[in-house]
Design a protein around this ligand. Sequence first.
Ligand code: AMP
Length: 280
Amino acid sequence: MQTIHTIQKLRLAVQKARTEGKSIGFVPTMGAFHQGHLSLIQRCKKDHGLCVVSIFVNPTQFGPKEDYRNYPRDKRRDCRMAAAAGADVVFYPSVEEMYPFGCCSLVDVPDVTKTLCGKSRPHHFRGVATVVAKLFLIVNPDQAYFGQKDYQQTVVIQKMARDLNFPVKIRVIATVREPDGLAMSSRNIYLTPQERSEATVLFASLQAAKRSVGKGEKDPKAIKALIRSMIIRTSGRIDYIECADAQTLRPVPRLEGRCVIALAVFFGKARLIDNIILQI
Ligand code: AMP
C-alpha cells in the first residue's frame, strides 16, 4: 500500500490505475479507525481495482468549541489497518495541502443541512460538503463509500453530488455496531466506563421505537417521548430526537413512507449520534 501526501502524486497514482483499466473506489475518513471504517474499505476493495482511502481531520467541519485539536490521530496504526483491510492508497494530506493560504471557496447545500445535526452544528455540513467536493475532484472516483451511521451526511453528499454533477456514485454502508448495539465511533473512546455502558440506550431506544411503529404507532410525538423516556434514565443529555423524511430530512407529522428516526445525545464530553431507517 502506498501512502501519499500531495494532491499531485495522488492524481498520478489514480491516472496510472485508470490506464491499467482499473475502476476507482474512494473512502473518505478522518482516521482513528474501527471496524466501521474497515467495513467501508473492505467493501470498496471488493468492488474496485483501486481502493483509495483519505485520512484528513478536516478543520472546517468542527465548531469553535468542538474537539478538532483533541480528535484522536494515529497515522501508523491507521495505515496498518487500512492496508490490512485492502486499501491500495492512503491519501494523507496536510491542512496546508488541502487549504493553502487564501483558499476560501465553500460548498453550501441548503435545506438538508439545516435540520437534525445542522441545528446544533450550524457550519458542520458546509465544511463536510466542501472537503468532500475537493476530495472528489482530487481523487475522481467512480464510487465513494459512506456509513449510514452519519445518515444526514450521506443525504448531504448525495444532494451535492447530484446538484453539482459529480460523476460519482454514492454507496451507503450499514452501521457497524459493538456486540451490545452501540454504533462504533471514533468518539466512543471519550466515554468513561459508566457512560460507555449507559450509551447502549441509544440503539436500545431506537429498537424500542421500531417495535412501537411495528405495532401501529405512527405519531412522531409518541415515538420521541418513548425514546426520551429511556434516555432520561441515564446521564445522557439529549441534543435532539427527530422523526424525519428520509430524503428531505424534514420532521414528519406522521410516520409513513421512508422515514429516519435520528438522535444525538451527549454522554460526558462525547456527542454520540445514531439512527434507524424505517420503511412504513
Ligand atoms: P469519520 O472518520 O468519522 O469521518 O468516518 C468516515 C466514514 O466512516 C463515514 O462515512 C462514516 O459514516 C463511516 N463510519 C463511521 N462509523 C461507522 C460505523 N459504526 N459503521 C459504518 N460506517 C461508519
